[in-house]
Design a protein around this ligand. Structure first.
Ligand SMILES: [Zn+2]
Length: 170
């Protein structure tokens, strides 16, 4: 299931993965879906922009389901990945769809580095959030970059996030 938001009224629209597969198999470059709320025709690009494609995917994060949000997964790319609560008026690399009021729109940054040996390392820093960013219950100091490993449990507000070094799109 892929979730998009109507550019006109911000209504959330769910598109089944099966549907996207069908469009791709039909070799469509773009398609349109109609907003169930305001009937606006939303044009969808089925071929992702090249810049995103070129970025090296290195692992992913899993957002655990809680009272504010559903389970979500996002790929992580080499370099900085900014995480925060999705809001129609702000842009972030990883927009978490949640009603969690204690998660900021710009809450934390996960930095993915490739060592000379080729090994991938993950680091996290708080992005000046109101309630802070925690790794295994331990709050990060201001401007601290902490190394995190596969399975690390990160807390943003009331939301738990788990790091995985496995690629989401295999
Ligand atoms: Zn709409």
């Amino acid at each position: 299931m892929k979730r998009i938001f109507c550019p006109k009224c911000d209504y959330e629209i769910a598109i089944p993965k099966e549907k996207i597969k069908q469009w791709k198999e039909a070799n469509l470059q773009t398609t349109a879906v109609v907003c169930n709320n305001c009937a606006y025709q939303i044009r969808l690009r089925l071929t992702p922009p090249q810049t995103k494609e070129e970025r090296l995917e290195c692992g992913h994060i899993l957002i655990l389901e809680n009272v504010f949000c559903e389970r979500q997964e996002f790929p992580l790319f080499l370099g900085d990945n900014h995480l925060g609560r999705r809001n129609k008026d702000s842009v972030t690399d990883i927009p978490i769809i949640t009603g969690d009021p204690s998660m900021d729109r710009h809450h934390a940054i996960i930095r993915v580095k490739q060592m000379k040996s080729g090994q991938i390392k993950f680091y996290i820093a708080d992005e000046d959030s109101r309630v802070g960013t925690f790794v295994l219950g331990d709050i990060l100091a201001p401007k601290e970059w902490r190394e995190i490993n596969d399975g690390a449990i990160i807390t943003l507000g009331a939301t738990s996030v788990i790091l995985s070094s496995e690629k989401l799109n295999k």
